[in-house]
Design a protein around this ligand. Sequence first.
Ligand SMILES: [Fe+2]
Ligand SMILES: [Fe+2]
Length: 463
Amino acid sequence: MNLKKKLLNEKVRMYIYYLLVPLFLLIESEFSLLPRSSWLGSYILILAANSVTFSWMSEHVKLFKIHKEYFWTYTSILLITTLSFPLGYTLLGVYGLPVFFGVLLIYSLMGTESAMASAITLSTVAAIVGNGSFELFAIYTIGSIGSVLLTKRLVKRFDFSKASLWNSVLSILMVLSISVDFFPYSIQLKSIVLMGLNPFVSMILMVGILPYVEYISRIYSNVGLIELGNLSHPLVKKLSVKAPGTYFHSVVLSNMCESAAQRINVNYVLTRVGPYFHDIGKIKRPEFFTENQRGVNPHDSMSPMMNYLVIASHVKYGEELSKSHRLPLLVEDMIREHHGTKMVSFFYQKALSENLKVSPDDFRYPGPKPRTKESGIVMLADSCEAAVRSLKSPTPSKIRNMIEEVVNGIYNERQLDNSGLTLRDIDEIVEEFSKILSSMYKNRIEYPKNSQEVERVIRVAKM
Ligand SMILES: [Fe+2]
Ligand SMILES: [Fe+2]
């Protein structure tokens, strides 16, 4: 019943969104509350553009289903961008509308699909501001979508400039091809200058506002993530002092996850930064975790249930820290999901050996299971690194076998069901982890111990 009510509420909310947002976009772009006869047609056009693109996007972009913040941020950016249209139009005319500001902001925070969807909606509004000009719609849409597709990924600040340059070039080409037939030379020159500069001004405004949007929405661009991952964050510093073992484990994990993400072509910046924070909750009781112990194990004097509660609490405390420090939502997901709903089997076995009446579910992490490929990679890396570290005398083949065993275990436990990782992805990840962990943990080649052996080595070397 509750679920039905929830779904109904969600549906009602969506209908309100579909009907109201175009109305606000129209009012803002017209800069007037007084309805005109042309409003109905314009309203239907914006409604159609926004409904089609948004419903496509919410179906195809997984993060819109996971975090409602994506929905609110997307809508707010559309509204803020449109709010600036009347000013741009009054000062510079139809070629001075900062469509690219909204598109680039959405691109840097939410990726290609969302940016393309926003480009269509914002260009429709821009065309209405320009008295229903189809040419204007074509220039803004092709300029924005083309630059997004040509830039591929925004990782460095320079990529923002690259995107603006592509937008500028494409828009000028569009203006030129349209102007040849329709406009005298003088208008064409002004349009070219405006369309050439518009993307760069939009970019400068966007770079200025980006940190505020990131802080408010907790949706981070890759540039924001890179800043967060430079190891000078107070939480990471605290981890390095209080729990050096966990800190080292996190750094190794970061390298593993980044390489694996690059190999299967997902967001490697996120998988580099997320692991630094995934065990941040261990700063509360670091001595209870194996990697920080020096001989004494405080778990020995506790009941199995208490053992489990202390171990599992690092996820909950990590989540609290993530909220209070406004870490990115996707990093918080890695904190909550890196153990999924796995069982803390060591202490479950301990409870059984003490003849306690317990069920496996009493010893499970709260979850949820990983919901993105990036989060799935962190879960796999976390278990593999811990398992390989525990090997007595690791060799490349032992490491590989151990990784395969751990990954198969996680897969068979169905922890990766919601992550979107395919079997091919998992094979690639195993390959990458084996390579990295082998180079880190394999035994060093032993040097010859006696003089006869040394002589034999020199003889072989001379041959
Ligand atoms: Fe953990
Ligand atoms: Fe970990």
